[in-house]
Design a protein around this ligand. Structure first.
Ligand code: R5P
Length: 292
């Protein structure tokens, strides 16, 4: 048997298969049966290596269910293998990395305890919302960036005088990285979010440079689409040309994709951290380099 086995969480199967191929690992499927009350019964199909097992599963919506699945898969793998690495391409709860309002629970701190408890040796994530979240973990962690892979995709599109835009100041560094690899300019808008209602607002700033240019809006994730919609409306009002969206995690809750298109976005491109219609960029090569 191969020295490495890879357990695929039920919605990260495609990515896990790609990693198996790159690492010549043994593929282990996880079959999930959901009871009427919402509980999951998970069964592994395949043999685990005694040496090293990699669990691949994103903590995507329904986030709490995916979290329990990930912890269960790690816990089961630990019964057989001495060395467990968890690849969590999309780390849910990463936005809950600090106490914004008094009394708020820092869920990333709780996750740190849970992961340690099930015995994982290392966690690999992709473009985590903020690196601060990982500081609550006492185990080894690594954040991989999907930006170079996203840029490669955009290089194949013929954009007119493109400008990279971050919808908020928090994503400025991400936009800078994208723009530098691509070889174009970047700016960051001023977005504010009401911490109680979650509503977002783009402040009016001087953005003359967007006029008549194709825009690449770069973000780590799209959830409801609210941030991207507000940014697109703002940019369109300032006479940009087409708006493209590059994001690592396309959660696209409910009809987010439809609403984003309706706001005037030409195309949304995300990676396969979360499989879906927009996940056109494969990040298995970047992850496999970290696993070798
Ligand atoms: C926020 O700071 C994040 O980087 C994303 O912009 C945000 O979480 C996306 O959420 P939504 O699509 O619901 O606006």
């Amino acid at each position: 048997m191969n020295k490495i086995s890879i357990i695929a969480g039920n919605s990260s199967e495609d990515l896990a298969k790609k990693l198996c191929k790159r690492l010549k690992a043994n593929f282990v499927k996880s079959e999930v049966r959901v009871f009427p009350d919402g509980e999951s019964k998970i069964t592994l199909q395949g043999n685990l290596s005694k040496t090293k097992t990699i669990v691949v599963h994103s903590i995507h919506p329904p986030v709490d269910t995916s979290l329990v699945h990930t912890l269960s898969l790690i816990s089961k793998a630990k019964e057989k293998s001495s060395d467990i690495t968890a690849v969590i391409p999309y780390m849910g709860y990463a936005r809950q990395d600090r106490e914004f309002l008094t009394g708020e629970i820092i869920t990333m701190k709780v996750l740190g305890k849970l992961f340690k408890g099930v015995g994982v040796s290392k966690i690999i994530v992709v473009d985590i919302h903020s690196i601060l979240g990982l500081r609550h973990f006492s185990i080894k962690t690594k954040n991989i960036t999907a930006i170079p892979d996203l840029v490669q995709y955009f290089k194949k599109l013929s954009l007119k005088n493109p400008l990279v835009v971050s919808p908020d100041q928090g994503g400025k560094q991400r936009a800078k990285e994208f723009a530098e690899i691509y070889g174009v300019d970047y700016i960051a808008l001023e977005k504010s979010r009401n911490r109680k209602t979650g509503k977002v607002k783009i402040e009016t700033i001087n953005v003359d440079e967007v006029e008549q240019r194709d825009i690449i809006l770069v973000d780590d994730m799209i959830s409801t689409g609210g941030s991207i919609i507000k940014a697109t409306q703002f940019l369109k009002k300032h006479n940009c040309k087409r708006v493209f969206v590059a994001c690592t995690h396309g959660l696209l809750i409910d009809d987010a994709e439809k609403k984003i298109k309706k706001a005037g976005v030409t195309k949304i491109i995300s990676t396969n951290t979360i499989p879906g219609k927009t996940s056109l960029v494969d990040i298995s090569e970047s992850i496999s380099k970290e696993l070798k």
